[in-house]
Design a protein around this ligand. Structure first.
Ligand SMILES: Cc1cc2nc3c(=O)[nH]c(=O)nc-3n(C[C@H](O)[C@H](O)[C@H](O)COP(=O)(O)OP(=O)(O)OC[C@H]3O[C@@H](n4cnc5c(N)ncnc54)[C@H](O)[C@@H]3O)c2cc1C
Length: 440
């Protein structure tokens, strides 16, 4: 049968416990609430939604909608609960948060293979089980975070400072050029988005006056954000002076625009985010601007005028591990197949993404305990693509990632219409997942 211990009863931990128990394992789910709360958790129930009560779009041809369909097929306890306490929210799946947490808690507590313990784990070495799953979330308690740091070395971050990512095929190739500074690499590793003086000045004004996201109390000390050292948001750097970013991340040195034969006034460089080059990162553009503002302001850069944002930049407290170096796509440690991680701590971003990683970790923890081969979902599925992304060693500067179509391998045929393309990607994902589930 196997004994699995899961630490943390958030969305990921509940899914992991549910999946492992449904596979016939005996599960101990360990949660520190109500004895101790993180700065963002306030109620004693499981699967507490710490901020928004929305699980994003339901449309099957959206990335979030596809993930939800897949979760349903995988028997997700969070989806089951969400559908039973849905509130009207247009095209989104939003829930009554208290009822949601209450429903998940009841389902978990009434499962005959799940035992609950309310205590804080301060040392990973004290967790018993044939396999263990750490799902303590973005605000993992400090003693456990210290213990993880010892186990994993330096591979633990305490905040996100992520730059936006755009779809490579949405960057205007007429208004950008491929090159490395000083022609260091003939093929040019970067996509460069040049600006002339007038364009830069308009962009600069928009950037310094754009609206930012208010910080949470626990992210601020003496009125200042705690996490900005070494990862200054682009808008904060810009506020230091008109040329600060032109001498920083937007410096044009070593670059010649082939259309003009001159050095541009300023340049935004885009770097490949994945091996296929379908996703591009805005280099040095970590930002705390509101999402709508990021779209408005960054689209003022000529080559990005119709950019599709696959992930917006974020800056907030977030404990996560350097998964590409540490985890397999089964969510097990590469150097210890009995220790699994799940949820936001692995670098998946969002409620449903965390739930999805919990299911995969739960299934695979049981398989590890039974010495069976891991169950790996194909990359054409959203759940498989997220698992592949967080364990992809070619991703160097790892930052958390939510569901989006950029992480899924493209269709064999080219489909120009975005809506149609996404519908086809979703259709393919669901068919592949159904075939794969027969093997489980
Ligand atoms: C302030 C804030 C706002 C957010 N807003 C959103 C949002 O609007 N939408 C969105 O999709 N995502 C949001 N997120 C991300 C969100 O946290 C995740 O999407 C999701 O909650 C992660 O699920 P999880 O199971 O990994 O972690 P959590 O849901 O945080 O669950 C972790 C659980 O582990 C417990 N725990 C921690 N340490 C220990 C320990 N040492 N021993 C035992 N138990 C422990 C905690 O009490 C908690 O119950 C936000 C995150 C933060 C910090």
């Amino acid at each position: 049968m196997g004994h699995i211990s899961v630490v943390g009863a958030g969305l990921a931990g509940c899914e992991a416990a549910w999946a492992a128990a449904n596979a016939g394992a005996h599960v101990t789910l360990i949660e520190m609430k109500p004895h101790k709360y993180t700065a963002a958790h306030h109620s004693p129930g499981f699967a507490e939604l710490v901020c928004s009560n929305s699980f994003k779009a339901k449309r099957p041809d959206s990335a979030a909608g596809l993930l939800k369909q897949e979760l349903k097929l995988m028997g997700s306890v969070c989806m089951q609960a969400a559908l039973s306490c849905e509130v009207a929210a247009g095209g989104a799946l939003a829930v009554d948060r208290e009822l949601f947490s209450k429903t998940v808690t009841q389902l978990i507590k009434s499962h005959k293979h799940i035992k609950i313990e309310h205590r804080e784990i301060t040392d990973i070495g004290n967790v018993q089980g044939d396999a263990i799953i750490i799902a303590t979330g973005p605000l993992t308690s400090e003693p456990l975070a210290n213990s993880l740091k010892k186990l994993l070395g330096k591979s633990l971050s305490f905040y996100d400072a992520a730059a936006p990512i755009v779809a490579a095929d949405s960057v205007d190739s007429e208004l950008s050029f491929c090159a490395s500074r000083y022609g260091k690499n003939k093929d040019g590793d970067y996509v460069n988005c040049p600006m002339d003086k007038q364009q830069y000045e308009a962009f600069y004004q928009a950037l310094i006056t754009a609206e930012t996201v208010p910080l949470h109390e626990f992210e601020v000390e003496d009125g200042l954000p705690q996490f900005y050292e070494g990862c200054m948001p682009i808008e904060a750097l810009a506020k230091r002076g008109k040329d600060a970013i032109r001498f920083g991340p937007m410096k044009p040195v070593g670059l010649t625009d082939p259309r003009t034969g001159h050095r541009p006034w300023a340049v935004l460089q885009l770097r490949r985010e994945n091996a296929e080059g379908t996703m591009l990162n805005l280099v040095g553009f970590q930002t705390n601007l509101k999402f709508g503002e990021q779209k408005r302001v960054f689209r003022m850069i000529p080559a990005l005028h119709k950019a599709e944002f696959l992930r917006y930049g974020v800056m907030h407290r977030n404990t996560f591990i350097d998964s590409p170096r540490l985890l397999n796509s089964s969510f097990a440690l590469k150097n210890n197949p009995r220790i699994f991680f799940a949820g936001q701590i692995t670098g998946v971003e969002g409620y449903m993404e965390s739930a999805s990683s919990g299911i995969i970790a739960g299934i695979n923890a049981v398989r590890a305990a039974r010495q069976k081969e891991p169950f790996i979902l194909p990359r054409q599925t959203m759940m498989g693509a997220l698992a592949a992304y967080i364990s992809d060693d070619s991703v160097k500067d790892f930052q958390p990632m939510g569901a989006n179509f950029g992480i899924i391998p493209p269709l064999e045929q080219q489909v120009r219409d975005k809506k149609e393309r996404h519908a086809m990607l979703s259709h393919r994902a669901i068919n592949i997942l159904k075939q794969k589930l027969v093997q489980l």
